[in-house]
Design a protein around this ligand. Sequence first.
Ligand code: ADP
Length: 636
Amino acid sequence: MTLDAHQEKLGFQAEVKQLLDIVIHSLYSNKEIFLRELISNSSDAIDKLRFESISDPALYESASDLAIKVSFDKAARTVTVSDNGIGMSRDEVVTNLGTIAKSGTREFLSHLTGDQKKDSHLIGQFGVGFYSAFIVADKVSVKSRRAGLGVEHGVAWESMGDGEFTVLNVEKLHRGTEVTLHLKEGEDEFLDAWRLRSIITKYSDHINTPIMMLKLSEDEKATDEWETVNRATALWALPKKSVTEEQYIEFYKHIAHDFENPLAWTHHKIEGGAVEYTALLFMPQHAPFDLWQRDTKHGLKLYVQRVFVMDQAEQFLPHYLRFVRGVLDTTALPLNVSREILQDHHTIPKLRSALVRHVLDLLDRVAKDEPEKYTQFWQEFGNVLKEGPAEDFANRARIANLLRFSSTNPEAKEQSVTLMDYVKRMKPNQKKIYYMTAENIEAAKSGPHLEVFQKNEIEVLLLTDRIDEWVVSHLPEFESHALQSVAKGDLALDEITGESKDSQKDEKQDDKQLPAFEALLKKIQGILDGKVKEVRLSHRLTSSPVCLVREQNALGPQMERLLKAAGQPVEEAKPIMELNPDHAIIQKLQNETDEATLQEWTQILYEQALLAEGSALPDPAAFVKRMNKLWMEIFS
Ligand code: ADP
C-alpha cells in the first residue's frame, strides 16, 4: 500500500495568529505551564477514548493500557508528550490546531491591551491550551491518528508558530497523539528528567491517567522502563482529608482551563442514598470571558462511575449558577448516557436540587466566614446570581439572603447591604422594605423621591443595575416585608413617622390643601393631557417642586428601558405627576394668570421630572429652548 502524503501548507485563522503572539509574550514568565496544558489535552483525549469505546470496544485496538508519556531528547533538543487517546483525523487536526472554535474570540481579543501583566491575566481566563507550546518551542510537530482509522490515516502537522502550518498524511502505528516541541535557544532547562517530573507533580498530579517517564538508574541515566510519576487517581473520588489545597487548586485549573486559583470550593461524596454521587464544585475568581454569551454552554464535567462522559453538562445546575465549574460523578446514570437521555432522565431533578443546595451552602459559608471573598464574588457574579429569584422559585428566600445592595445608610459600603441588615434597621412601625431604582448611585441619592425618606431617616435600598428592577419584581417580599418602590403607589409612611392624622405633613394633608390647588391640578392635567395619567399633590417631596411616580403594578422607567432595548413590546403606562404644594414654584404657578406662561412652566417641570428619574426627553432641543427663554425673561 502506498501512501499519498498530500502535503498542504495552510494559514492559521487570523485570531490564532493574534493569540499566538500574545501567548508567547505575556505568558513567558510562567512558561513551564506548557507541559500542564499539553498533558491536560492528552488527558481529555484519553477520557474521550474511554467514553467512545464503551459503545465501540474495537477503538482500543490492541492497546488498552491508557497512558500519557513524557520524554525528551537532549541531542535533538526536543520534549515530547504522547498519548494513546482518541487522536485526530486529518480534518480534525486542521480544524483543532488551526482555528479557535470558541465563540466570542474576536471580541475577547479586542479587549487585550498590550500590557503583558493584564493580558496574561485575561489570556489565563481564556485558556490557551495547545498554543502554549510556542512559549518554549520555535517549532512544534504533531503526529496523530484517530482511534478506529487505519494505520495509513496518520497525520503530521508542523508549524513554526509564524502564521502557517503544514499537514501531510503519514503512517502511524499507534492511535493517539504525539506532540514534539523543538525548544527555542535557551530553554534547555526542560531537557532534564527532574525538572519535567517536578512540573508534572506540581500541576498534573491529579490527572486520572498515568503520566509516565522513563525510570532513572542509580546513576541518574534513563533506563528503557516506563514508570508512573503522578498519583493517577480521580481526585474527586479520594477522601477529602487526603486532598491538599494545592491539589484542589491544580485540579480546578485543569478542568476549568483557568490560570487563576479558584475562589472557593465544596466537595461532597454522597453514598448509600437513592442517588449516589460525588461532586466537586468550584467558584472561579473571575468570570470567564464568555459568561454572558448566549450560545456558550456552561456546565459540569460529567463522569459516570469514573468514566468521563461529557463536558459542559448543563442539566445539573440552573442558569443562574452557570459560573460554577466542577465535576459530577454518579452511579445513577447509565454509562451510555447522551445529552438527549440526560434531558429527561428521572434522576436529574434530584441531582440538580442537591447540587444547587451544595452551591448555595458554599455561598452562605463564604458570605458568613469570608465576607471579603464574598464581596469579590458578588462584584464578579452578582448579576448572574440576581437571575436566581426569577429562575428558582423554591430557593428564592435563600437567594434573597445572598443578594447585596447599596443603600442610603451612611455607614453602608456600596453593594454590601443584605436584606436582613435592612430589616434589622427598620423603624419600629415600618412594614415595607423601600427601594429606589436609578441609573447610578449619584442619581439615586439625589432623586426627588428620596426626599421624604431622608427627612424621616428611613433607609432606602439603592438599586442601580439595569436588571435590578426586574430582580425585585420577582421578590415581592422578604421575611414577610413587601418590597416597595419609592416611586410607586402608596408609601404608607404615616404608620412609621407616627404623626397623628391631623398634624402630619403627609398624604392626609392633601385633604386640607387640596381645595386650594384643585384648579391648578386641573389646568396642569389639561396641559399635560396624554403625557401623564393624573396630576396630584405629593407627600414624597420636601425640596423639589415635582416628581413622576408610577402606579403600584406598573413597570418602572428602568424596566421600561430594559425591555425596549431588548426589542420587546412595552405597554407604556403613563406616569402620575406629583406637585409639592409647599414649593415656591408651585405656589407661584398657583397665582399665575397668564395661560401661556403656565404652559411653559408646566412643560419645563414635567421635563425636569423626566430627567430626574433618568428618562430621556422626547424633544431635548425644545426643552433647552424653553429653559433659555425663561432665562432671558429673568435677565431682561
Ligand atoms: P482546548 O483544549 O481548550 O479545546 P486547545 O487549543 O488546547 O484547546 O486544543 C484544541 C483542540 O485540539 C482540542 O479541543 C482537541 O479537540 C484537540 N486536541 C489537542 N490536543 C489533543 C490530543 N492530545 N489528542 C486529541 N485531540 C487533541
